[in-house]
Structure formats: structure tokens, C-alpha cells
Write a protein that binds this ligand. Sequence first.
Ligand SMILES: *Cc1c(COP(=O)(O)O)cnc(C)c1O
Length: 404
Amino acid sequence: MPEPSLLPYGHQWVRDEDIQAVRDVLRSDWLTQGPKVEEFEKGLASYCGVRSCVAVSSGTAALHAALHALDIRRGDEVIVPCVTFAATANAVIYQGARPVFCDVAEDALLIDLDDLERKIGPKTKAVIAVDYAGQPCDYAELRALCERHRLALVADACHSLGASYQGRRVGQLADLTIFSFHPVKAITTGEGGAVVTDNPEWAQKIRIFRHHGIEKNLPASSSKAPWFYEIRTLGHNYRITDFQCALGLKQLETLEERIARRRFIANYYQEALKAFEGIRPLALRTGRDHAYHLYVIKIDGPTRMSPENLRDELFAELRARGIGVQVHYIPLHLQPLYRQEFGTAPGMCPKAERAFTQILSLPIFPTMTQREWERVIDTLDQCWDKLKCRNKSGILSPQGGNTS
Ligand SMILES: *Cc1c(COP(=O)(O)O)cnc(C)c1O
């Protein structure tokens, strides 16, 4: 049987007019650091309802820059959920600080506030909240907790651009919020990212950080030559190009439609999954509008197989039938790097470790067709039936299994 082409879990949406906008910039005088960067920043700040936005070369650079703005340094600790992309923790390490991994709620995979409070120590300076799959975290409680312990709150909103919490857009919910414009995210610039904040001083620090630490127009330079500049802190080349921002501006025009399409597909999945015994969507919290960067299902039986084996079998069956499912993510504290460098180990975040064995991300992206989303559910139905039958007859795991 020939392998059907793989339906990916995420895909960009680039229109002809987006391409035209990029082409126009390529024919102009400015390929980088031109007018489109500022226009894109203004557009994004206005969409989010915040004062300042700084666009950078990636979401990872945005995380790094946000922690620089907060003066996170060697000796500090920053708490991050263990279920996230590696960049969330790596940005902490770039600043010489220590990432402390926090457990997540088993049903929604959002940061667990009780475990968070337990992990706060004298060196803790900040928390990075991750709006996993596109659902905003419990910001009211998070903000209260951070205020009580005098911690800065950074939102890693790489999944949740376009989402809101109690009627307030993501971008306004933390001290600094970061976005990524990687092709699978809500809008794309190829590679790219941004930091939004209501604090113009932090925004200014990030602009300097983005460009090697070079500062012009300092108060002290008014008596100096017009070319005068000073470097007082170490920066990077984290600039984004003008043609990327031209693309970003066009993409921003369609952000609402992108989110609406994702929500439509998510609703279809949500309804369809009601008929599946043993498969559920992630829990939805009240008072928030989800951006559905990911559509994650949890597999929880009925079965005599260990959950992980069942998930892996289902993954293989779906992949063999062209459904590009994924697993987001292996909990970071289980990765060799953090185990070696920071002494993390299995057992430190039990809820995340359990949930991880049961999760699978189904394809969801704005250009998906009805045929495609129906194919996902039909194929899931076939594979799940097959697995349940095989499982009942005890072919795969006659002893059963248990990961706990
Ligand atoms: C995509 C992503 C990032 C990193 O963004 P890049 O633009 O790829 O550097 C960081 N955190 C999360 C949760 C992400 O999904």
C-alpha cells in the first residue's frame, strides 16, 4: 500500500498579497531595519492593546530579551512549566540563571499553581507561564501569586496570540509577553518573534539588546558628534528584517480569521470526540477564548495496555495512514541536558509525566479543508477501534501494564 501524503499537525497560510508585500520590500532601499519593522510593531501592540512592542528574530530571542529586560542573571532562579518547548527553559540558561521546572495540571497541561508556590525560593526572580496549546493560564491567580512573592511574570504566548482571558487579550496579562512567528504559529514571518509590554523602559532595553547593545541619543551624547554611540551592555544580533515584517503585517490582517478557522475545526473535533470511549480533549477552563495552536487529545483507556504503549500504537497507526500527529512535549526535566546540568530527574513533576504518556496532537491549521478534518476523525475512529480490539484479545500486552 503506498503511503498517503502526510497531513501535517500545523502549516502556514501565505496568500498572494502577502508575497507581493514581501516582494515590494525586496525592491525597496531597506531590507532590514526599515519602516516595516516599526509598522509591524505598532500593529501588533495595537492588536494586543499594549504600549510597546519590539520585534526580534525569533520567539527564542524574544524570551531571551524579556529575561534580559528583567535583569535575570547568574544566581537567579526562574520557574518554568516542564511541559513546554525547550526554548522556554533555554532562555533562562542563556542569562546564566537556573530554570526550575514546575508541574502542570493533568487535564489542561497549564502550570500548576500549588507546585509553583512550593518551588518558589529565595533565589526565585520570575515565572514564565506558557499558554499551552493556545489556552491562557490562570492569570488572575498567577498575578496575585507573583505579586505576593514579588516575582516578575513573563507570558510565553507562542501558542496563544489571539486568545483572551476574562475579556482581556493575551499580551496584557503579564509584565512581558512573548510571541513566535514560526510557520506553524498563528501568524508567520518565516522565523521571527516579538516582546510586548506596557513598560517602555523594558522595551527600550530590548531594542538595545536586539542590536549588539549599541545606544545612540544618550543624554551624555548631546555634546558629542552626531555619529556618537556607546556600548554599555552586551547585546546580540536579534534583528528581524523589513521583508519579514512586511509579511507579518499582511498576516496580522487575517489574524482574526485564522483564529476563527482554528476554533471551527476545534469545535468539530470536540463534538466528534464525544463518541470516542477512552479519548478526550484537554480540559477547557472558564473565562477564556482559546487560540487553538494545538489540538491535543488524551488517551485514557479503557485498556489493559500501559497508557504510553497505547499512545505510541495509536501514533504509529495514524502516521501509517497519513495523519501527521505529534507529541507536544516530552517534559523538559526528563531531557539529558537538564538532568546533567540541574540534577532534574523522573518523579519531579508526576502529573506532567503521567499526562505526557497519554497525549497526542491532531492536525489543526487555518487552511485545513473539511475533507481533511473529517479524514482525521474517520482515521482516528478506525485506528482506535483496531487498537481496542487487539488490546481486548491481549495480543499486544497480555500482562497489561501500568506506568505509575
Ligand atoms: C515556538 C515556541 C517557542 C520558540 O519560538 P521560535 O520562534 O521557534 O524561537 C518558544 N516557546 C514555545 C512554547 C513555542 O511553542
